[in-house]
Design a binder for this molecule. Structure first.
Ligand code: PRX
Length: 651
């Protein structure tokens, strides 16, 4: 490794760099010295309560926190409403006509909602929900593209005390149906469609197919995106246009007073078994955790224009588009479509047009931008940017350096933020006005959060790869898996006594910086999206031709990890490109396009240990071409047999 150079400049591409916060940034930063860590460590409860006090509570809490692993409670006895905190709280002061959400449709339409517009909309929307019989505690499924109304739909649920379950619009109707059924949702909110790379997403059709098998759904509420020439059919008695009902309701919707520990939402995420799990988040702690981290990590000030490019279907959209930034009265950008529509300069033109100052995206996107070339960002005025963020997967130092230089012009700190659907809020991150960053490292635990590296047996590990472990609790931590207490305990709380196990491998270096390596379980991270290998396997075996399948993740230049599927076929089916294509399409249809395998490898049988466990490491090596120089066929059973002997240590 090259020798370290001075503190002020990029060094080499091996992660051996130091980037102190630029003096100008530091001078104006909300947090600019290390004392926040000491303050938080000395009294974490007072630290978090300080942020909670900036929110509006109808009834103050009696006790800040209790933790009886795995059960955490925050702001016990406190009553509040998340929608009121994100909207009503801001319209009484100078923010009433401040832009809350600036939207751009992929075809180019533009629309801005001020906080007062958002206030009016969530009131009407809340009343529409009530008109459809939705009351406190009911679950509402949301299957929408990136629209202003999507944010309003989530907040309206919070307003009336309903628990939203947002399902990413790219998921298939089958995935949507599974999630609706698991949550026992009574209402589905969808739209006539949306745009992605110039194509119309036929959301309503997918929603119709999903709802077919769901007796629990009483009504479907359809928001009109407005797509020229695209009609969607409405089922009498079940389907309602949002705009029709919104015209019939009152302008004021009384918010439900919620207990701090009442559920706010469920969000499904992939696990190690076939069935996605509904991660439950509650109200007071979640709002406090997302609000605090938004303020501190993104350093948001009143005049910032913040853009998080995530979709509201993922946790990043929940925590860092909807709840955190709106609780902080931010102005933010919402863009409907793809970064390369109509060309690869779209994101940068948006940054230029609205003067984006804080930009938060995923490494997979950054790697795509790198590949597309420096000219696209160079062609736009990005001089307003002052802070960049990354989330979703480890960012490789090359991508970090490119992001720093070509998007941030060398002057913007980068916050590489580690967290999960389950953690609700950022847990490991640099603080932009404090941390001397190293490309590829998410730096340190957020103040008040206790992270370490442990071995399987629970011994502390320093300087070597081990397992990420989080001690104690933090406000936005999940309170459980919807309807599955046992799985909650087994997944996160069984590795060590009373310590949260996130499922990631990581290392801590001599400066105490964390380097997250990735998942250590059967979850893969494809383009920043979590996918269970078992989910893809069960989709594959549903195809008539497939006898057995095993899915592994393999490195991919842009996606970070891609899906490789080993398949043994049933008698009478011909293996080859045609079937491989059919199986890829089948998985995309069953789960969604994000799960489409990059490669299908036909094998005569799957290598298993004597106890019957699939030898995934061997499969990964085969898929990457390491085990077999030229992997054209595994159809000869002896090939797999002879390879197995080299991998006996997996038994
Ligand atoms: O493996 C970690 C990876 O993404 C997983 C969480 O995925 P999900 O629940 O979908 O949430 C993604 C957005 C928060 C983690 O277990 N991950 C997330 N952020 C990072 C990361 N890996 C490395 N560095 C990160 N900054």
């Amino acid at each position: 490794m090259a020798k370290k150079k001075d503190e002020n400049g990029p060094v080499d591409a091996h992660g051996d760099h130091r980037f102190p916060p630029p003096a100008e940034f530091k001078k104006a930063a909300r947090v600019s010295d290390e004392s926040i860590y000491e303050r938080a460590a000395a009294d974490p409860q007072a630290f978090w309560a300080g942020f909670a006090e900036e929110l509006r509570w109808e009834t103050p809490w009696k006790e800040v926190h209790t933790f009886d692993p795995p059960d955490a409670k925050w702001f016990i006895g406190g009553k509040l409403n998340a929608c009121v905190n994100c909207v009503d709280r801001h319209i009484e002061g100078p923010h009433r006509n401040k832009a809350a959400l600036i939207w751009e449709g992929e075809p180019g339409e533009k629309k801005t909602w001020t906080y007062f517009d958002l206030y009016r909309e969530v009131n009407r929307f809340g009343n529409v929900l009530r008109k459809l019989g939705i009351k406190k505690g009911d679950r509402v499924a949301i299957y929408l593209p990136m629209m202003l109304e999507s944010v309003a739909a989530m907040l309206a649920c919070a307003r009336v005390g309903a628990v939203h379950s947002v399902v990413f619009g790219g998921f298939s109707s089958e995935s949507l149906r599974d999630r609706i059924l698991d949550a026992d949702a009574h209402l589905l909110i969808t739209a006539d469609g949306g745009f992605r790379r110039g194509k119309v997403l036929a959301l309503k059709e997918a929603a119709d197919a999903a709802v077919e098998g769901c007796a629990c759904i009483e009504n479907v509420l359809v928001i009109q995106r407005g797509i020229p020439g695209h009609e969607c059919s409405m089922k009498e008695g079940r389907d309602h246009w949002y705009h029709d009902l919104a015209d019939q309701v009152d302008a004021w919707c009384e918010p439900e007073v919620m207990d701090s520990e009442d559920p706010l939402f469920i969000l499904y995420t992939s696990g190690t078994t076939g069935k996605p799990k509904g991660i439950v988040h509650t109200t007071g702690g979640y709002l406090t955790g997302t609000y605090a981290t938004t303020r501190v990590v993104f350093d948001l000030k009143d005049d910032d224009v913040y853009w998080c490019t995530a979709d509201i279907g993922w946790v990043t959209g929940h925590s860092y588009i909807v709840y955190g930034p709106l609780a902080a009265a931010a102005t933010q950008i919402i863009y409907e479509g793809a970064p390369d529509a109509p060309d690869r300069g779209r994101f940068w033109r948006i940054c230029e047009r609205y003067g984006v100052t804080v930009f938060y995206t995923a490494p997979t996107a950054i790697r795509a931008f790198m590949k597309w070339g420096d000219d696209w960002p160079a062609g736009a005025d990005l001089s307003r940017l002052r802070l960049l963020g990354s989330v979703g997967e480890p960012i490789n130092p090359e991508a970090w350096l490119w992001y720093h230089e070509h998007i941030g012009s060398g002057r913007c700190p980068i916050v590489d933020t580690w967290w999960q659907t389950e953690t609700g809020q950022i847990l490991i991150t640099p603080l932009p006005g404090v941390t001397v960053t190293k490309p590829g490292s998410a730096a340190k635990a957020f103040p008040g959060v206790d992270v370490e590296i442990l071995s399987d047996e629970g011994e502390k590990i320093d300087g070597e790869t081990g397992l990420l472990a989080i001690r104690g609790s933090w406000p936005a931590m999940t309170r459980g898996i919807w309807g599955d207490r046992q799985r909650f305990i087994e997944t996160y709380w069984s590795k060590w006594e009373g310590i949260y196990f996130p499922g990631d491998g990581a290392k801590r270096d001599e400066d105490g910086f964390f380097w997250v390596i990735g998942r250590v379980d059967d979850v893969i991270n494809v383009a920043g999206h979590r996918l269970g290998t078992a989910e893809v396997e069960s989709a594959l075996v549903e195809h008539a031709s497939v006898a057995e399948s095993a899915v592994v993740g393999i490195p991919h230049e842009i996606k970070g990890t891609a899906v490789a599927a080993f398949v043994t076929v049933r008698e009478g089916f011909e293996t080859g490109d045609e079937l491989a294509g059919e199986l890829k399409a089948h998985v995309a249809e069953k789960i969604g396009a994000i799960a489409r395998p990059e490669s299908i490898i036909f094998a005569a049988d799957l290598p298993k240990t004597r106890s019957g466990k699939i030898m995934r490491r061997l499969l990964r090596d085969i898929a990457e071409g390491k085990a077999l120089g030229d992997t054209t066929t595994l159809a000869d059973p002896s090939v797999v047999e002879s390879l197995k002997s080299q991998y006996d240590d997996e038994a």
